[in-house]
Design a protein around this ligand. Structure first.
Ligand code: NDP
Length: 338
C-alpha cells in the first residue's frame, strides 16, 4: 500500500528536495499540493507533475491522503499541523514547529493523543557524516567528549532573501532558521541534551525589521560538555564544519552543515589520522524512508516531535539570552508530555 502525501505549502524546499524524496520511496506518492493562492497551486502542480492543486487547507485534508508535509512559513505550522492531526493525517512538519515551544508542545501532544506519526524535518541527523560521528563517540573513539564547535554561517541565497530577513511575524531570523538545526545536530551527535545557552546576535546588513542575521551561541550540556555555534546569513566564504574534542581524540568534520550528502570526517588520535567512512545517501530520502517505516509501526521518525520541541526551546532560550545579556536555561518541559 502506498503512502499518499499532501503538500501544505508550495515551497522551495519541497520543490528542491522533498518531492524527490517522497518519489524515491517505492511506496511514496505526491497526491496533492496546497498553496494559499489557487494560481500558484496550479502552476506549482504543473511544474512538479502533481495531479491535484488546491488553495484551502480543508480541501487538501479532504483529499485521499495519508500524510502531510508542512513547509509553509513558520507562523502557519501550528494551525496547519493541528488541523491535519484532527483530520487523522500523519504529519512531517518543518522546523521550527511553531513560533514558541509552548505551541510546539500543544501540537506534539495532540499528535500523541491522536496516535498519528509526527516528525520534525531536521535533515542533518540523516547525514552519513553526522551518523558516523555519533557512532564514533558512542563507541568511545574520542574518549570522554569535552567540547564541540559548530560552524554554520552561510550566505542566504538571493531566492530565499524574503520572509526570513523581513518578517518577524513569520518567524524570520537566523536563530529560528539555523540555530534550531545546530541544537538538533549537537543533541543527536553527542547523545546529550543542552541545559543552558548564552548568545550574542547581530544584524550585519541583510536582515531588517529588527531581525538577526548572525548569532554566536555558547552551550552547556548535561554531561558537562561545552559547545559553541555560529549561525549566519551573511558570510559568503566561511564554509561549514563541526568539531568534537574528547579526552582521547578529536573529530574534525568539514563541509557537513549542509543539505547535500557531502563533506568529510577526520578522526585524530594518538594513533594518527583516519578519514571515517560513511554513506552518501540523500538526507531527505533517508528521512522519508524512516517516516514511512514509522507509519508501518516500525520505529520512529528520524527526528520526532519531542526533538522539534527541544530545538525550538533551545532557539527560544538563545533569543532570550541575546535580548537580556544573560545565560538562559533550556527547558523544553517534556515532562508534561509523559
Ligand atoms: P519558501 O519561501 O520557498 O516558501 C514558503 C511559503 O512562501 C510557501 O508556502 C508559499 O506560500 C510562499 N511562497 C514561496 N514562493 C513564493 C512566491 N514566489 N510568491 C509568493 N509566495 C511564495 O520557503 P522555504 O522552502 O525556504 O521554507 C519553507 C519552510 O521550510 C520553513 O519553515 C523553513 O524553515 C523550512 N526549511 C527547512 C529546511 C530543512 O532542510 N529542513 C530547508 C529550507 C527550509 P503558499 O504555499 O501559500 O503558496
Amino acid at each position: 500500500m502506498s503512502v499518499r502525501w499532501g503538500l501544505i505549502g508550495a515551497s522551495t524546499i519541497a520543490k528542491q528536495f522533498m518531492i524527490n524524496a517522497i518519489r524515491a520511496q517505492a511506496d511514496g506518492e505526491v497526491a496533492a499540493v496546497m498553496s494559499s493562492s489557487a494560481e500558484r497551486a496550479e502552476a506549482y502542480a504543473r511544474e512538479n507533475n502533481i495531479s491535484v492543486a488546491v488553495s484551502t487547507l480543508d480541501a487538501l485534508l479532504s483529499e485521499d491522503i495519508d500524510a502531510v508535509y508542512i513547509s509553509t512559513t513558520n507562523e502557519l505550522h501550528l494551525e496547519q499541523g493541528l488541523a491535519a492531526i484532527k483530520a487523522g493525517k500523519h504529519v512531517l512538519c518543518e522546523k521550527p514547529l511553531a513560533l514558541t515551544s509552548a505551541n510546539a508542545l500543544k501540537m506534539v501532544t495532540a499528535a500523541k493523543a491522536a496516535g498519528i506519526v509526527f516528525g520534525t524535518n531536521h535533515h542533518l541527523r540523516n547525514a552519513g557524516t553526522h551518523r558516523a560521528m555519533r557512532e564514533a563517540i558512542a563507541s568511545g573513539r574520542i574518549g570522554k567528549p569535552i567540547a564541540a564547535r559548530v560552524f554554520h554561517s552561510v550566505f542566504l541565497p538571493e531566492n530565499l532573501q524574503g520572509w526570513r530577513i523581513t518578517k518577524p511575524e513569520a518567524g524570520g531570523g537566523v536563530v529560528l532558521d539555523i540555530t534550531v538545526h545546530d541544537a538538533d545536530t549537537l543533541r543527536f551527535v553527542l547523545g546529550d541534551d543542552p541545559v543552558e545557552i548564552s548568545a550574542f546576535t547581530q544584524s550585519a546588513g541583510m536582515a531588517g525589521s529588527g531581525l538577526e542575521d548572525g548569532a554566536m551561541c555558547l552551550w552547556r550540556f548535561k554531561s558537562g560538555v561545552i559547545a559553541q555555534s555560529h549561525e549566519g546569513f551573511t558570510t559568503k566564504f566561511a564554509g561549514t564544519g563541526f568539531e568534537l574534542h574528547g579526552s582521547e581524540g578529536s573529530l574534525i568534520a568539514t563541509n557537513v552543515m549542509t543539505q547535500k550528502p557531502i563533506g568529510s570526517v577526520l578522526l585524530r588520535t594518538a594513533d594518527g589520522e583516519e578519514e571515517l567512512n560513511f554513506d552518501r545517501e540523500d538526507l531527505y530520502t533517508r528521512s522519508l524512508r524512516q517516516f514511512h517505516a514509522a507509519i508501518r509501526g516500525e520505529g520512529q521518525p528520524a527526528a520526532t516531535g519531542d526533538d522539534g520541541i527541544w530545538s525550538l526551546a533551545s532557539a527560544e532560550a538563545a533569543l532570550q539570552s541575546a535580548k537580556t545579556g544573560k545565560a538562559v536555561a533550556i527547558d523544553p518541559q517534556l515532562g508534561s508530555l509523559a
